[in-house]
Design a protein around this ligand. Structure first.
Ligand code: ZN
Length: 273
């Protein structure tokens, strides 16, 4: 039953992923989200049997059936990653005795928004405001959830509530001082929702992960360039979209319930064992 459910969740994730691809490509283009999928090259409607996530791409050899145009790797990659993310949300809550259904629902929804943000940021180097704000708004609802108002504004919950605004403030400062060269203002707005969703120690862990993953990524790219494998003109001065790294850090902190700075001990005191 467990493996069956896991497989179903993964497949559902890949199907949602193929929808998120379409959403990210149609944002700010004036095209609706509903119409049938069509070939980006010749405009022909894509047959329904060619719309299977990942499998269609593989069986078609990465080329469209209508005009043999190369299909971007983005499609199967996003489908696969969405499948994996859905699976990790499922696994995160599967073993818990009782989880209100709205909790995993929030995480599935949050990651859908974040995946669209990632695709959009990679393509356009900008994050649409309404996506960050929707994410932040949902995260506040999630944070407030079952808490009473008095508990939110008492220690230590207040610290968890302030995580997003604090990171946002620091990012804004860095953005202002560096005149937008080190970090985008959009990354700060994204951090807002991440803070509300994760709380203080996990949110700071997510940011730490983001910088580490970004650093490792940069080193690999530079190495590949030295070896002549990568052709892009990347160097340490290039503006690299940071949102994908933040979202990867967010995912990692969420999966691991990470506390890389051991802040929980400071905030909440020793664990009650
Ligand atoms: Zn075509």
């Amino acid at each position: 039953m467990f493996y069956y459910l896991s497989a179903v969740i993964f497949v559902v994730g890949t199907i949602i992923g193929s929808f998120l691809n379409v959403v990210a490509l149609r944002i700010n283009t004036g095209k609706g989200l509903m119409g049938r999928s069509f070939c980006m090259s010749c405009g022909k409607t894509i047959k329904s049997y060619d719309l299977f996530p990942i499998l269609s791409f593989l069986s078609l050899g990465g080329k469209s059936r209508c005009c043999k145009t190369k299909i971007s790797w983005q499609y199967p990659l996003v489908e696969f990653i969405t499948g994996l993310i859905f699976l990790s949300v499922f696994l995160k809550f599967y073993s818990l005795a009782y989880v209100p259904v709205l909790v995993p629902t929030f995480w599935y929804l949050a990651f859908c928004i974040l995946i669209v943000i990632t695709i959009y940021d990679v393509r356009h180097q900008i994050i649409p405001d309404f996506l960050s704000y929707t994410f932040a708004f949902l995260s506040v609802l999630y944070f407030v959830g079952d808490k009473s108002l008095t508990s939110i504004f008492s220690y230590p919950e207040i610290l968890n509530f302030l995580a997003g605004p604090i990171i946002f403030a620091v990012f804004s400062l860095v953005w202002f001082v560096s005149k937008g060269r080190w970090i985008g203002f959009g990354d700060g707005k994204l951090a807002l929702g991440m803070g509300f969703a994760l709380g203080f120690s996990e949110a700071l862990s997510a940011i730490a992960f983001a910088f580490w993953i970004g650093a490792i990524w940069s080193i690999f790219i530079l190495l590949f360039q030295k070896l002549g494998i990568a052709k892009s003109k990347f160097n340490f001065k290039s503006a690299v979209p940071f949102a994908p790294f933040m979202i990867a850090g967010f995912l990692l902190a969420f999966i691991l319930s990470a506390d890389v700075f051991s802040l929980n001990m400071l905030i909440f005191g020793p664990a009650p064992f």
